[in-house]
Design a protein around this ligand. Structure first.
Ligand code: NAD
Ligand code: SER
Length: 339
């Protein structure tokens, strides 16, 4: 206990895709109690034995934090709550409030709680959206992008992610005990859940549609390419960064990489297991432009070196060992997807 309050790990955005996977991973291992925050309830099913309490509410609501901080003292924070890239462009004012103001508020709370004797660790999932390649042609010839190149985001979401990365690093440098760490995630694909409001959503949507024997309308062109990572590999990477001693870290924001795949390559691979797959291309020029500005591959050497990021799946086993068997199981024994 600290000042009568219980030290906890806090996950905001815990009802989201990454939040659910991270909560299950963390809570199954026991350890420090976990409290969660989200606008939505947690999905059905036991979240794990160390989960203590879910606060349903808005990260922008001061009353939510008053209630939470009366009882708990977060020492490790995973700040996941956000509005993803495609949706952020359609609700720009709200996206700014949640992705920039909301994150700044949670960072300020963390900085207030931190002391040099009792630091607070703040882990932030940033995104490949912080990069902005000037054209499709430039993207096609670019080498895997490393952390300090092309930091010229083309979207509000990307600019908000970069702002929070910079803010976190600056607050840490001010001293006082805040320990800020960020990962720039590629597109993530889960066999259990579907994304909503992101721009990399075509890949998971297409694979889940194939398993449900439904036709799919793809909103990007055939050659659209992004790096994709299996959800468990990304969660493992986030946890490795979160628990690494500070002295091993040489940066505040790290790329996590993944298999570099185009829409056509994903379709060809999925059709090997689901030969009836039917895909129509109905381009959404706005989303296609966003993808054109994001790198097709990122260099994650720093994450591998500094905190041992080592994804278990490559381009082939992402499908053969993770997605295809997991998604088949999902739809053979259907349970309602969280969204
Ligand atoms: P998600 O949309 O599934 O989850 C976000 C969660 O935040 C949702 O459950 C939502 O209800 C909650 N939320 C939104 N606004 C809130 C508010 N005002 N107060 C409280 N909760 C709120 O997204 P995800 O894929 O789980 O992403 C989690 C984090 O990882 C986000 O910060 C996202 O930007 C980042 N990220 C995700 C990906 C990806 O491919 N999934 C890639 C890069 C970065
Ligand atoms: N996958 C995320 C999105 O598409 C990138 O942060 O929004």
């Amino acid at each position: 206990m600290s000042g009568g309050r219980i030290p906890v790990t806090l996950i905001t955005g815990a009802a989201g895709e990454i939040g659910q996977a991270l909560l299950h991973r963390l809570a199954e291992g026991g350890g420090q109690p976990i409290v969660t925050v989200d606008l939505r309830p947690l999905s059905a099913g036991a979240p794990g034995r160390s989960h203590r309490e879910h606060f349903r509410g808005d990260i922008l609501d001061p009353a939510l934090w008053e209630g939470l901080l009366r009882r708990y003292r977060p020492t490790l924070i995973f700040h996941l709550a956000a509005i993803l890239s495609t949706r952020a462009e359609s609700v720009p004012v709200l996206a700014h409030r949640v992705n920039a103001d909301g994150a700044a508020r949670v960072l300020a709370l963390a900085a207030d709680l931190a002391t040099s004797d009792e630091p607070v660790r703040f882990v932030f999932p940033s995104s490949i959206a912080v990069y902005g390649l000037p054209s499709q042609e430039a993207k096609e010839v670019a080498a895997p992008v490393s952390e300090d190149e092309h930091l010229d985001p083309a979207t509000l979401y990307g600019a908000q992610k970069l702002y929070v990365e910079r803010l976190g690093a600056i607050v840490e440098r001010l001293g006082g005990g805040l320990d800020f760490r960020a990962v720039r995630l590629p597109g993530l694909i889960s066999s259990d859940t579907l994304p909503q409001g992101g721009t990399s959503d075509w890949a998971p949507e297409l694979i889940h549609a194939a398993a449900r024997s439904e036709p799919y309308s793809c909103f990007v062109h055939r050659g659209a390419r992004l790096p994709f990572c299996a959800m468990p590999d990304a969660v493992e990477g986030i946890l490795r960064l979160a628990f690494r001693e500070k002295s091993s870290l040489t940066r505040s924001a790290y790329n996590l990489g993944g298999a570099s795949l185009s829409a056509a390559e994903i379709i060809a691979r999925v059709a090997r297991d689901f030969p009836d797959l039917e895909v129509r291309f109905e381009l959404d020029p706005r989303r296609d432009r966003i993808v054109a500005s994001w790198p097709g591959a990122v260099d994650d050497a720093a994450a591998r070196r500094d905190f041992g990021f080592a994804p278990a799946h490559d381009e082939e086993t992402l499908f053969s060992r993770y997605l295809i068997p997991g998604i088949r199981r999902r739809y053979q024994h259907p349970v309602r997807l969280p969204r």
